[in-house]
Write a protein that binds this ligand. Sequence first.
Ligand code: AMP
Ligand code: MG
Length: 498
Amino acid sequence: MQTKKSIKKPICFDNSYALLGGRFYADVKPTPVEQPGIIKLNYGLAQDLGLDIEELEPEAWAEIFSGNHILSGAEPLAMVYAGHQFGNFVPQLGDGRAILLGEVIDNSSCRRDIQLKGAGLTPFSRQGDGRAALGPVLREYIISEAMHALGIPTTRSLAAVTTGEPVYREKVLPGAILTRVALAHVRTGTFQYFAVQRDEKDLRQLADYVIERLYPELKVAANPYLKLLEKVLERHAGLVAQWQIVGFIHGVMNTDNMAISGETIDYGPCAFMDTFKQTKVFSSIDHMGRYAYGNQPSILQWNLTRFAETILPLIDKIPDRAVEYANEVIECYPERFRDYWLSGMRQKLGLFISEPEDESLIQALLDTMQENEADFTLTFRRLSDAALTQENEGSVRILFNDTSAYDNWAKSWRDRLSREHKAPEERFELMSQANPAVIPRNHQVKQALDAAEEYGDYGPFEKLLEVLSSPYEVPEVYSEYLLPPKPEEHVLQTFCGT
Ligand code: AMP
Ligand code: MG
């Protein structure tokens, strides 16, 4: 390996999952690739993780992030898990193409997983090839980093590399590997795997591990496992409320794609909406619209209930009592979700205090947007401008097919605003921080991926990443990124690319 200096530890691994024992994973090394090349290294994240990026040349990092070179301290493994896929239970899935290299303790003393996605076959690959194509890797890189910049909990992207090998999907595509960073890759499906085997010892070991790693404050609780359910519910209610608030559609909310840490994980056919529609679905595999935008909150409740079921034996030895306790927690979900959602939506509308009628005001706007095919992101962003001065109102109303429908709603909004004594500047400030100017719009993501795939041109990818890194404040030179797609640019479907 080519090194600048002779220090041997560019990544200091400190692994804990590997200590759980062989029932939790399979030891498996990444399959070497022919010709690894760096597409992107996330310097900021690398620094947070305490990695010494400068220590090695990019070629050496390409060897590491392709899995060709295993650093000392890494203990590569594929995690086992189960999951409900589109409502159907699969008792064993597992990392079919992801390999956990190990964990590091970041600069905030937080433990983080470093995992290669697309690193080759594992015992859980089933019919898959263990690989990832360039397009989906870049897609996950862009969208996960955009989510992070929006302030939404998410797994991160540390690196993207090309493999120099083809992958075979509907057509031959260039192969790539993503290095994904997470607070933990434990999923609802991980709990399901052990629960279905009725192996209480392993289940308890997993739960204790999760509590120790992610929620250590629960250790002293009278019933830590019941508290774990509460905590997971709380994190996810907050998370999915944030998705709704930016118009993000995950696309595959299967229980194996739900991280116990409360991070958004598994960017497959996800997408951000342009024009607002509750029933919006982009995923090519979601034929019934199970994971449509408007269904996400109730699907989360379904998933949380599946999680609750897994830990019932830990919550109480007496089954009926366990169910009763768990139900009490799950029943709180609709209200917890609503609280998160309402407080986020209030901010989007520039409301500082809460009034009982706020929900109907918000709902009326969403209904009007839907009926009039208004662009989700632009509507809210331009409302911030309209809050600053009514002269800006024209830029919002033209987003609605029937401008008078907006005017009607805006009248009740203005009435509501007038009941709060706030300076327009203050309101603008509040709203600007809640209403992003840019989101990873599908047509822009597609353009970046097409340029990379077809011409090896990563310029548009780099530029898009740059714009999305500060979504609430976009320099004038990037104003083209604010625009919704032209009719011919509309992306109607997204694919998970597996
Ligand atoms: P996903 O839909 O990406 O959440 O994946 C569902 C399951 O399929 C997981 O167990 C993945 O590890 C597995 N999988 C997805 N793509 C591949 C692939 N190309 N090779 C092997 N396994 C895969
Ligand atoms: Mg998955």
